[in-house]
Design a protein around this ligand. Structure first.
Ligand code: R5P
Length: 294
């Protein structure tokens, strides 16, 4: 049985890597808008009896999710065997709690929708802060690719005397594992977020690390406020220019130019961006094969 990979509005470079790593056939679809702006979708590749993987990277998800539902439904009608989803960035994980009465805890309905849409899910370091695992909200099998070893390798190859810095207490477990793999010391900050663009961090003692390059490691850069606020403290403490590393570089509005002005910025290839340097395709393929064969 062959595996067919459909790229739904996602990074063609990562698609090519995944096709090679999975030894998969490229699935063809015709996708366009009707004059009334509704979606037209037609699957051009016969997938009867074959495993199918949809590569649909769900950052900026609101425009993609409906087309994912339409594609998956069409593939089922065409009698595909398993239908899996590769989404290096898993959207809607950050609203994992109701902070104000009446607020939608969007991670939950989004998880229900995806669980009804595909048979399995592969992603990279989803934002698991209040949930211990995706199984708390997803009812389908999933595999989480961990970027920590890949980030540690990049740091070992590129930074001399790094001091790793995690932005908040939730990141400690993650930053400590990157630090251990990279053989580097680490510090974790305290963070208070008051709003989308209002973040306060407090820095622990960094004076004794003056000879080190601060390397800020986080799962997501969105508004960039967490990184920017931390860099201001590091500058005030007289630390050298920092390197910011994120698994998922979302870079809302002008976050990237603002960060670039004060630090070197590196992200994984999870979201295509000029800062993307850390390869993730081989690790995603390993996780996908496990679910296809399981
Ligand atoms: C929060 O818990 C995450 O780990 C990141 O620190 C956060 O998502 C970064 O967001 P922003 O770039 O908007 O400060």
């Amino acid at each position: 049985m062959k595996t067919i990979l459909f790229n739904l509005e996602s990074d063609p470079q990562l698609e090519t890597q995944l096709l090679g790593e999975l030894n998969a056939q490229k699935g063809e679809i015709e996708l366009r808008r009707f004059p009334d702006d509704e979606s037209y979708l037609r699957v051009l590749t016969d997938c009867k009896g074959h495993n199918v993987v949809i590569f649909c990277n769900l950052y900026q998800p609101d425009n993609k999710i409906l087309r994912l539902v339409l594609l998956s439904d069409t593939l089922r009608q065409m009698s595909a065997a398993k239908i899996g989803l590769i989404t290096p960035y898993l959207a809607y994980m950050r609203q994992d709690k109701q902070f104000h009465e009446g607020e939608c805890v969007s991670s939950r309905p989004f998880a229900r929708l995806l669980s009804q849409t595909v048979d399995f899910l592969v992603t990279v370091d989803p934002h698991l802060h209040r949930y211990d695992s995706l199984d708390e909200i997803y009812t389908i099998p999933s595999r989480v690719v961990h970027a920590a070893p890949l980030i540690a390798d990049w740091i070992k190859e590129n930074i001399q005397k790094p001091l790793l810095i995690g932005p908040d207490s939730e990141s400690e477990q993650w930053v400590s594992s990157v630090a251990k793999l990279a053989g580097a010391p680490f510090q974790v900050l305290n963070k208070i977020r008051r709003g989308d663009y209002d973040v306060e961090v407090t820095l622990p003692e960094v004076e004794r690390w003056h000879q080190h390059t601060p390397v800020l490691v986080d799962d997501i850069i969105s508004s960039g406020r967490t990184m920017l606020e931390t860099i201001t403290h590091l500058q005030n403490a007289g630390m050298p220019r920092a390197t910011c590393i994120a698994v998922h570089g979302i870079f809302a509005t002008d976050a990237y130019p603002q960060l670039q002005a004060v630090a070197d910025v590196i992200t994984s290839r999870c979201i295509p961006h000029p800062s993307s340097q850390i390869e993730i395709a081989p690790a995603i393929a390993v996780a996908t094969r496990e679910l296809l064969e399981g």
